[in-house]
Design a protein around this ligand. Structure first.
Ligand code: FO1
Length: 323
């Protein structure tokens, strides 16, 4: 079975790690990763979602943070702080730095991000093909408003420096309208037997991927069933700070609200099926009435086995939808 997933960082990576534990040998997984979180810092190109996926599936992730390397040290960060180098609010670990140095070196040598990613994955062997959504620059900027008025800041500044604490007026994906899907992305979507939307952020992660128009069109037209997993449980985001983003964009902070935001495929959306957490099963009728098959299963990824059970439930629903 050919499985394709559109994924952001932490939540998506943990789901996919579970998925890889419940596959048959003949199954293969292609992950189309969000690159709109990517940022230039200290002259290096940092790709948080690609790296979180690569480290998580490659067994090197720091479990507590959900990003960066396990057994990390922070000597360079401390030295940069001694120089009062900006941005002081974005932490790069010593081990993590090597990834950004190699990536920047290859980008400077003219290699596209997709080639860089497959080169880095030769070391980490994530067990899935990792594709950036695009080799072109797409950057999520968040329009915030505070005492000094309204301004657009890079997503990382909003997320890390301000801990998503500033009121959101809009989210803009700079460059999305010119960006082309990376090599292999459209082919993977067209050839997929199942397309999964893991519990990543629907605005800045999966939303950014679907913001590349040809990718969204390919998903809507794909022969494969499209099954999503709610990142919202009991009216709040399981991890990350999706709540503020959804509220800022007037998207209802519920499992049903996110499903309706993606929309049913037969009405121009991209969803055929949607998994909600057991505590949200009262929302099933509303999602079903919108034309999206919905089921309630436990959605808390307390460990790899729980993530595997969720992934199994998504694949089983896709099987029922395909018939
Ligand atoms: N998140 C933080 O909260 N603080 C950081 O200093 C930070 C640094 C960082 C460096 C590399 C990287 O790949 C991720 C990093 N993140 C940090 C996480 C990152 O902001 C988020 O994981 C994604 O952008 C959202 O999925």
């Amino acid at each position: 079975m050919r499985i394709v997933a559109l994924s952001g960082g932490i939540g998506g990576a943990r789901f996919l790690r579970g998925l890889l534990t419940v596959l048959e040998p003949a199954d293969d997984v292609t992950v189309i990763a969000n690159t709109a979180d990517d940022i230039w810092v200290f002259g290096l190109r940092v790709c948080p979602d690609l790296d979180t996926l690569m480290y998580t599936l490659g067994g090197a992730i720091d479990e507590h943070r959900g990003w960066g390397r396990a057994d990390e040290t922070w000597n360079v960060r401390q030295e940069l702080a001694a120089y009062e180098a900006e941005p002081g609010w974005f932490g790069l670990g010593d081990r993590d730095l090597a990834t950004h140095v190699v990536r920047t070196q290859m980008l400077r040598g003219g290699h596209p991000l997709s080639a860089v990613t497959s080169a880095l994955c030769r070391r980490w062997r994530p067990g899935a093909r990792l594709l950036p959504m695009s080799d072109d620059r797409v950057e999520t900027h968040v329009v915030v408003e505070d005492g000094s008025g309204r301004r657009a800041i890079h997503f990382q500044e909003y997320w890390v420096r301000h801990r998503a604490g500033l009121p959101v007026r809009d989210v803009v994906a700079v460059g999305a309208d010119q960006a082309q899907p990376a090599p292999g992305v459209l082919r993977a979507i067209c050839d997929a037997d199942v397309i999964v939307l893991p519990p990543s952020n629907p605005i800045v992660s999966i939303g950014a991927i679907l913001g590349v128009a040809e990718i969204a069109a390919a998903v809507r037209a794909a022969p494969a069933p499209v099954v999503g997993v709610s990142p919202i449980v009991g009216g709040s985001a399981v991890s990350g700070m999706a709540d503020q983003l959804l509220r800022g964009l007037a998207i209802e902070n519920t499992a049903a609200g996110v499903a309706l935001h993606y929309g049913p495929r037969q009405h121009g959306g991209c969803l055929d099926g949607w998994l909600v957490h057991t505590s949200d099963e009262h929302e099933l009728p509303r999602i079903g009435a919108a034309g999206i098959r919905a089921e309630a299963v436990p959605l808390l990824m307390s460990d790899i086995e729980a993530a595997g059970d969720m992934a199994r439930a998504a694949l089983d629903m896709a099987g029922r939808l395909a018939r």
